[in-house]
Design a protein around this ligand. Structure first.
Ligand code: NAD
Ligand code: DAU
Length: 340
């Protein structure tokens, strides 16, 4: 049956992939994308869905109740709201934490307030494994691992998780929280490890590795993440937390060497640089709950999806150049003018 969904942050990396997943897998749904178009929001990612009959873009900021209300007005009765909108980059949060508090914490509370007032079927809050802090050499994050964030980014995501939890507990608000490991795939802003390293290697520029390069991340192809989120929206139990991950742990140095080999570039491009302050040593997700309760499994292995990702960036030189030069920001004016 046709449903209506609001997606916040739909012009970002995972949000735009999620909208592509929706258009492919739920073509009769009505989709309202609410996005402020910060530096990370790029409507070019969604050029192929602009003519989709059920798709509407609302230019607005989740920190402003009137902007969120405009998204609800555009949607009518809302079945699902999936909340991606956030400041997402750890290094930027180390430089300046305040935008992370206003968008991730205040923005989430504004969204919760308007959603409660207007009413909806299910609210999915997209969070991160970083709220659990850092692991030693062994073990996995489960949904019961104590919250122990270490960066201003992860602290702001933890605060937003707790506000969602409080809305469930206090108001019986129908929300689920998802916590995912590192994503990779198309349309990722080239400030994050994999797209940055691909862009630099292809341009024969130095590849900056923080510290000893032995920090471990657990990589998940973004398409698998999007399918997990759709499963949580449709079948997740309100009040529950679901970890999402693909059992793909690799040290950063292994990722970078694999990329260099695939691109036919020399390892001499690797440059060790000063470490990220407070750098979490290892993340690894136990995703057995979502597998057992919602039947979600990743479809892609790392060996399949990394080459797909590399090929995608190789075929998108213009996209990469426009993102790196900032030219992608003109697209909004060209495409939308004063229409939104
Ligand atoms: P991104 O930085 O690529 O995109 C964020 C989007 O949110 C952008 O389109 C931006 O314009 C929008 N936005 C930011 N502040 C806003 C505001 N105040 N109002 C409206 N829109 C705003 O982020 P991403 O990597 O796609 O991550 C999406 C979500 O998933 C985030 O909540 C992040 O914490 C979470 N997450 C990301 C990863 C990952 O590996 N990228 C992993 C786990 C969880
Ligand atoms: O774990 C989920 C999180 O993954 C998400 O919540 C965040 O939104 C997302 O940005 C990501 O955070 P990370 O800090 O793990 O991602 P990033 O790509 O910035 O870094 C990955 C690893 O690579 C980390 O150990 C730092 C290292 N790194 C990163 C960059 C950009 C480098 O060594 N050099 C670099 O230039």
């Amino acid at each position: 049956m046709s449903k209506t969904i609001i997606v916040t942050g739909g012009a970002g990396f995972i949000g735009s992939n999620f909208i592509h997943t929706l258009v492919a897998e739920r073509p009769d749904w009505r989709i309202v994308n609410l996005d402020a178009l910060t530096y990370a929001g790029n409507l070019e990612n969604l050029a192929a869905v602009e003519t989709h009959p059920g798709y509407t873009f609302v230019h607005g900021d989740i920190r402003r109740a009137e902007d969120v209300a405009r998204a609800f007005d555009a949607a009518g009765q809302v079945d699902y709201l999936v909340h991606f909108a956030a400041e997402s980059h750890v290094d930027r949060s180390i430089e300046s934490g305040l935008p992370f508090v206003t968008s991730n914490v205040v923005g989430t509370q504004v969204l919760l307030d308007v959603s409660r007032e207007r009413g909806l079927g299910k609210f999915v809050h997209v969070s991160t494994d970083e709220v659990y802090g850092s692991l030693g050499e062994t073990g996995y994050f489960t949904e019961d691992t104590p919250l122990s964030p270490n960066s201003p980014y992860s602290a702001s995501k933890t605060a937003s998780d707790l506000l969602v939890r409080a809305a469930v507990h206090t108001h019986g608000f129908p929300a689920c929280i998802t916590r995912c490991s590192n994503n990779y795939g198309p349309w990722q802003f080239p400030e994050k490890l994999i797209p940055l390293m691909i862009a630099n290697a292809r341009a024969d520029k130095a590849l900056p590795i923080y510290g000893d390069g032995l920090y471990v991340r657990d990589w998940l192809y973004v398409v698998d993440h999007c399918e997990a989120i759709l499963r949580v929206a449709e079948a997740g139990e309100a009040g529950e937390v679901y970890n999402i991950g693909g059992n793909n742990e690799y040290p950063n140095l292994t990722i970078v060497k694999t990329l260099l080999q695939a691109l036919g570039k020399p390892e001499s491009l690797i440059t060790f640089v000063k470490d990220r302050p407070g750098h979490d040593r290892r993340y690894a997700i136990d995703a057995s709950k979502i597998r057992a309760e919602l039947g979600w499994e990743p479809r892609f292995t790392f060996e399949q999806a990394l080459p797909l990702t590399i090929r995608w960036y190789e075929s998108q030189d213009e996209w990469t150049q426009r993102v790196m030069s900032g030219a992608y920001r003109d697209y909004y004016d060209r495409q939308y003018g004063d229409r939104v």
